[in-house]
Ligand binder design. Structure first.
Ligand code: NAD
Length: 528
């Protein structure tokens, strides 16, 4: 369905003093730079739009208009401009997508690993060539800065490149078990698989699953985030151009009903989920109880421990970048700083560094952080900041009342630094905004105790110049990804994602060697 030229948009207007709804013509809220990017995207790509037309499903190699009766607005978080809408995919459309994937599996699973390797090599070339379009879509729909959008793509590209190792990483095993008899074990694909993505990395997360699922011979149903589907749709078109046969990748849009359909469909053998705790636990429980293999990467609270012997400038710069970059909407954001001993005195320097960060629209030059994803997300973050005040925390830097010239309706929050205690809500809940919670500890042992008691285990970092201190920390801290003087210690894709505790469910991690296990099953044969 095509949208009328004027569309009614619900815009939440809270403390910043804006109204509760507005009617505006498509694109009227965008400045000339953003508007030209939006027009270029809509003209060049078949599956999605940034000028108010509907985003399509991608089924059996075709971009198809949904017959849905329920639609979700995709809105520029800097201006509240309607960019596109995604359908709540109908049951019939979902069934068509699974049928297309099941049929395509019959032939794709029998292609040689070299054919599949050539596809991912071609895909990586096309993604590089079209990175500017992908980045424009990410900035428009997600709000992150242009350099950060390119980082989103690059980190996904690294997984595409890793997938090209398939011929080595799919090697099986063979041994002569008795005279005249060998046993060999092959890793064979599962069948139809599915991937459910969050809003914060619109290119990277689809690129965690698309290359890994397909290079291993599976077919895939992808459900992108309903907030920013554009990058996934561009990637789908690039997959087709790279030679991926129709039906191997299918994209359906929607929210909980579509997710539940994925969890329940008997033809879907495995689900790869990245997102928040509530959805992640639900999908893990529902998917596994239906006999599916599920990997679920969820929320986080990542601590940076600052020792008094740290290189102060390095630590402060690294922490401000990792706490406030991407407006704190990274599952590996450093959202807690633990100042140990005399490092206590560095809090004012941390606040000064945070104050210098520039908050603006993502296309604007020198922007350090853009808006958060939605008015609802903004309201939630503001509530968590207010809760710190109510619970006795001290706000050293308050970004709540920020107004960004030219972007008065955006979901902006300035960098915020809160001195808090471990029993406060702002420490115990994932904030997912540009808010750094600062705690104090007398010793490193106290800091480790605090981190180990936290329910999450995605990442942590220590800043110190002592090898012995770093080694002790690395040994004793119970977190899956650890940086020593590195703020965001995400391993490159030859390793697997290794967040632990409540940050992940399922035994097989994303990419690395684990992904080849996740997306395959073993077949043991013993010919004489
Ligand atoms: P989200 O959980 O709201 O949405 C993720 C996906 O789940 C979306 O496709 C959405 O449509 C679907 N969904 C949402 N609620 C659902 C429900 N109740 N039932 C079924 N499906 C549901 O997450 P988000 O806000 O898009 O992303 C932010 C979260 O993702 C943060 O918690 C962040 O830490 C996490 N994240 C984790 C990693 C990681 O690797 N650990 C990486 C990126 C993001």
């Amino acid at each position: 369905m095509t949208l009328p030229r004027t569309s009614t948009l619900r815009v939440l207007r809270g403390k910043a003093g804006y109204a509760t709804s507005a009617t505006r013509a498509p694109l009227s809220g965008l400045n000339s730079v953003a508007r030209s990017k939006a027009e270029e995207l809509s003209k060049s790509w078949r599956g999605t739009s940034a000028t108010g037309e509907d985003t399509k499903n991608y089924i059996g190699g075709e971009f198809v208009k949904s017959k849905a009766t329920s639609w979700i607005d995709v809105v520029d978080p800097s201006t509240q401009t309607l960019l596109t809408r995604v359908p709540e995919t109908t049951e019939a459309e979902f069934a068509q997508a699974v049928d297309a994937a099941s049929q395509a599996f019959e032939t794709w699973s029998r292609t040689s690993v070299l054919t599949r390797q050539r596809f991912v090599l071609e895909l990586q070339r096309l993604i590089r060539e079209n990175a500017d379009a992908l980045a424009s879509s990410i900035v428009l729909e997600q709000g992150k800065t242009l350099p950060d959008a390119h980082g989103d793509i690059l980190r996904g590209l690294q997984v595409v490149e890793h997938a090209a190792s398939a011929p080595s990483l799919l090697l099986g095993e063979k041994i002569e078990v008795s005279r005249d008899m060998d046993t060999y074990v092959r890793k064979v694909p599962l069948g139809v698989t599915a991937s459910i993505a969050p809003f914060n990395f619109p290119a990277m997360i689809p690129l965690w699953s698309i290359p890994m699922a397909t290079v291993t011979g599976n077919t895939l149903i992808l459900k992108p985030s309903e907030r920013d589907p554009g990058a996934a749709m561009i990637i789908a078109e690039l997959c087709k151009k790279a030679g991926l046969p129709d039906g191997v990748l299918n994209i359906v849009h929607g929210t909980v009903p579509t997710v539940n359909a994925i969890c329940d469909h008997p033809a879907i053998r495995a689900i790869s989920f990245v997102g928040g705790d509530r959805a992640g636990k639900h999908i893990y429980n529902r998917g596994t109880s239906n006999g599916k293999r599920v990997q679920s990467n969820m929320g986080a609270k990542n601590h940076a421990v600052i020792m008094p012997d740290a290189n102060k400038n390095l630590a402060i710069n690294a922490i401000t970048g990792a706490a406030f970059g991407a407006a704190g909407q990274r599952c590996m954001a450093l959202s807690v700083a633990v100042l140990v001993g005399d490092a206590d005195a560095w809090l004012p320097d941390l606040v000064e560094a945070a104050k210098k960060l520039k908050v603006n629209g993502g296309f604007e030059k020198d922007t350090d952080l853009g808006p958060v994803i939605s008015p609802v997300a903004k309201e939630r973050i503001l509530r968590l900041i207010a809760s710190a005040e109510e619970e006795g925390g001290k706000i050293h830097l308050d970004g709540r009342d920020i107004s960004v010239p030219g972007y008065e309706h955006g979901n902006f929050i300035g960098p915020t630094v809160i001195e808090a205690g471990p029993n406060m809500r702002c420490y115990n809940e994932e904030i997912f905004g540009p808010v750094l919670v600062v705690l104090r500890a007398n010793t490193m042992d106290e800091a480790i105790e605090l981190i180990n008691a936290n329910r999450y285990g995605n990442g942590t970092a220590i800043f110190t110049q002592s090898g012995a201190t770093a080694r002790k920390f690395e040994h004793e801290v119970n977190v899956g990804q650890i940086g020593i003087n590195i703020p965001i210690p995400v391993p490159l894709p030859m390793f697997s994602w290794s967040g632990n505790k409540a940050s992940a469910l399922g035994d097989l991690g994303f990419y690395g060697k684990s992904a080849f296990e996740f997306y395959t099953q073993k077949k043991a044969s013993s010919p004489t």
